[in-house]
Each structure stands twice: as structure tokens, then as C-alpha cells.
Design a protein around this ligand. Structure first.
Ligand code: FES
Ligand code: FE
Length: 384
């Protein structure tokens, strides 16, 4: 895409309003809110958001901005609290967002008009999706497909094992274009390439074709949906890992003794789902990995990674945390270097966008096409 779309503050401001402010985003898994009072406080770009589980068990999302003078009510991270108390003047909110107490306010102060502002939320397949738009895009197709594809893994049975934040000095669209193609993987990710089919494309040979066919037959026999399906802003598919590999790990062997799925000896490939603008995730038979890209400025992006395992798996007994995170930590740091290097080169007065490979960068192309579509619609409806 043109240089200014990667480098200009004006473009970043547009992206926040037109893209991150209008799209469904995956916030995490329901297991991250195990009981009433659990909350997740997170940033969507520069915007603070809090997600709570209320006393009835309902998961809700709010702008994390106090209705008094706007302080962030909860600091980023996970927590549990019977009520949400703003650290500034102690206005206190119930878990359903309503204002419970505001000391020293006048008698005629209307508490009912000062609850936290809600954000659209949808929970299905064990996952949590939020959208900051007043009129979120349709989600029913994705809800149906994701729920069906995720069902065998029973994501309700997960627990969050680890979270990581990586600061990348690159525009978020470069981070995402990189995350959407594996043209760079064979050389850029030698560790990932051991288990992930980095050459997955129309250039499969006969042996690989036969293996893919056998994988599809095994998934059909187990009742696991696997055909690639997609909508305007999402994709879901289950695909075979490299021969002999049952997990995305450094040697292809499972990382967790207590698996999520035992069908087909754990040889169930990876369930991959991707959401534009910010996410890809992989679920193998033993763990789930989620990658979420959040822009901070035109030149800085935060990548949040989460690893989930079976809720009964015990750290130090059933898995080792360093071994669990190793492959994606290495892969993410390689991608950080690639994206930062890409950004430096895009800054050059000699930068002119070149063509994508139709075979190897199909999904990067799909991402930029989606970005242009959504931008056009926003400009048409908002006149800017
Ligand atoms: Fe929250 Fe004053 S800003 S109580
Ligand atoms: Fe990569």
C-alpha cells in the first residue's frame, strides 16, 4: 500500500476510527473470567476496555472510563473484585456497569444516568468478541461456523497459562500483513517450519496431496469440520501439520500431558481462525495460541500473545511454561524484526509498493483488500 498509509499519524487516526473502532475483535476466552467479579482490563489501541463477569454469570464489556472525570477504572490485566472502584474519587460500579456509589455528590445527582458505557459483546464457542461500534458488523455467520469448528476442542475447558506483550516499532498493517503470509516462513522461521506447513499452497506434490486427503478423511471420520470457510472479516479452517507432528512445538510432539482432544491419537492438525483487523489463533490437540495486534501509533504496535491449556493441566507437572511458550515466543520475535525492518524500508523515498505473490501471499492480499473495502465504506458513510 502507499507509504503514507504506514507512516502518517493521520492514517493511524483514521485506522483507529474506521478499522479498530468498527470491527469485531477477539478479546480472549471465557475461561479468563472464571467467576463473578472476574474482569479483564485491556487496551484496544489507545482505548481502555474492561470486560466483567457479573453476579448472574453474564459477561459484559464497557469503556474503561469513569463517568466522573474519565479516569481508567481498572488497570490493564486480569483481576477479581466484588465491585469496580475508580482509584481517583472512589466512584464505585457494580459488575453490570451500573454506578453503585458516588460519595459527596449532591442529593439530586442521578446515579442511574452515570453507569459505565457498554460495548457490544458476543460470547460463543468459549471465546469473547467485542466491538466498539454503535452498529457492529454482522457476526452470525462467524458465530455459526466458529462454534461448529471449535466444538470438538471444548474451549470452555481451557485456562489461561501465559500472556505476553511485545512492543514492535512498526505500523500495525505491516505487522498484520506479515502475520497473514508464510512467504517468509521457510527462511524467517526455521523453528516454526518444522511443524507448520510453511509451503502450504497449490504447489503440493503427490505425497503431500495424499497426506492432505488422508487427513481430511480422518477429520470427517471423527466429525471434525475442516474445510476452509470465510466471511468478509474472518477465516476458519483445520489443516494438517507437517508429517509426524501432532502439535506446534519445536519437535512436533505435544507440550501438555493433559490434552484438549484425544481423538485420532491427537493427530488433528491445527484449527486456525483469523479475524481482520487484528488476530490469528491456532488450536492443536494440546494447547491454544492467540496473537492479537493492537496499534499504539503510526510507528508502534503491541502484539499480545496468549497461551491456553486444559483447565486441569498443572504447571510443572503436566507442562513446562518455558517449553509451552518457546516456539511462538521465538516466532514472534523473528516477526518483530521482520516487521521493524519492513517499516524502516517503507520509510525510504525509494519505496514503491510491489506485487504480492498470488500463491504465497494470498492472505496478505486479502487483508489489504479488506482494509481498503472497510475504509471505503467508512469514508462513504462518514464523509472523511
Ligand atoms: Fe473516577 Fe473521579 S474520575 S471517581
Ligand atoms: Fe512470521
Amino acid at each position: 500500500m502507499p507509504q503514507a498509509l504506514y507512516t502518517e499519524t493521520e492514517s493511524f487516526d483514521f485506522d483507529m476510527a474506521a478499522i479498530y473502532g468498527q470491527s469485531w475483535l477477539m478479546a480472549g476466552m471465557e475461561c479468563e473470567l472464571p467467576k463473578a467479579g472476574s474482569y479483564i482490563s485491556m487496551m484496544v489501541g489507545k482505548w481502555p476496555v474492561v470486560i466483567t463477569r457479573d453476579k448472574e454469570g453474564t459477561i459484559r464489556a464497557f469503556h474503561n472510563s469513569c463517568r466522573h472525570r474519565g479516569s481508567m477504572v481498572c488497570q490493564p490485566g486480569h483481576g477479581t473484585a466484588p465491585k469496580l472502584v475508580c482509584p481517583y474519587h472512589r466512584w464505585t460500579y457494580d459488575l453490570d456497569g451500573s454506578l453503585f456509589a458516588a460519595g459527596r455528590m449532591e442529593d439530586d445527582f442521578d446515579k442511574s444516568a452515570h453507569g459505565l458505557k457498554p460495548i457490544a459483546i458476543a460470547c460463543f464457542g468459549g471465546a469473547i468478541f467485542i466491538c466498539l461500534a454503535d452498529n457492529p458488523p454482522p457476526i452470525d455467520d462467524f458465530r455459526e461456523k466458529f462454534s461448529a469448528y471449535a466444538a470438538p476442542a471444548n474451549f470452555e475447558n481451557l485456562k489461561l497459562a501465559h500472556v505476553d506483550k511485545l512492543v514492535e516499532h512498526a505500523n500495525w498493517k505491516l505487522v498484520m500483513e506479515n502475520a497473514r503470509e508464510c512467504y517468509h516462513c521457510a527462511t524467517g522461521h526455521p523453528e516454526l517450519a518444522k511443524t507448520f506447513p510453511v509451503g502450504m499452497s497449490k504447489h503440493f506434490d503427490a505425497h503431500e496431496d495424499a497426506r492432505a486427503e488422508a487427513f481430511c478423511a480422518a477429520m470427517d471420520a471423527n466429525g471434525f469440520p475442516h474445510e476452509p470457510v470465510e466471511g468478509h472479516w474472518w477465516q476458519v479452517a483445520r489443516f494438517a501439520l507437517n508429517e509426524g507432528c501432532t502439535s506446534m512445538s519445536e519437535d512436533g510432539k505435544p507440550l501438555i500431558k493433559k490434552p484438549l482432544i484425544t481423538a485420532n491419537g491427537g493427530d488433528i492438525g491445527s484449527l486456525r481462525w483469523a479475524i481482520d483487523p487484528h488476530l490469528f489463533a491456532h488450536a492443536t490437540s494440546d494447547y491454544v495460541f492467540m496473537f492479537s495486534c493492537m496499534p499504539v501509533s503510526a510507528t508502534e504496535t503491541h502484539v499480545f500473545s496468549k497461551w491456553y491449556v486444559h483447565k486441569d493441566a498443572v504447571e510443572g507437572v503436566d507442562y513446562d511454561i518455558d517449553a509451552l511458550i518457546s516456539l511462538w515466543a521465538v516466532t514472534n520475535s523473528q516477526d518483530k524484526e521482520l516487521a521493524e525492518n519492513n517499516h524502516k524500508g517503507v520509510n525510504s523515498p525509494g519505496y514503491t509498493p510491489g506485487p504480492y505473490s498470488a500463491d504465497a501471499e494470498m492472505l496478505a492480499r486479502r487483508f489489504t483488500d479488506w482494509y481498503c473495502d472497510v475504509s471505503r465504506v467508512y469514508i462513504d458513510t462518514h464523509g472523511k
